[in-house]
Design a binder for this molecule. Sequence first.
Ligand code: SF4
Length: 48
Amino acid sequence: MDQEGEPEVGQHCDRCGYQRYCPAKTEKPEPLPEGAREGRQVQLVFGI
Ligand code: SF4
C-alpha cells in the first residue's frame, strides 16, 4: 500500500498474506473473513 492506503501492486505482493483479498491484485478477491470488517482492520505483516 502507498501512504494514502491504496493498494499498490508490485513484487512485494508475492509475500503479502492479503493478496487473496486484494482487489488490486486479484480479479475476484475473496470476501474478508468474518469480523475483519468490524472493529479492527486487518493488520498487514511484511517480511523484509
Ligand atoms: S496484494 Fe498485498 S501488497 Fe499487493 S497490492 Fe494488494 S495488499 Fe498490497
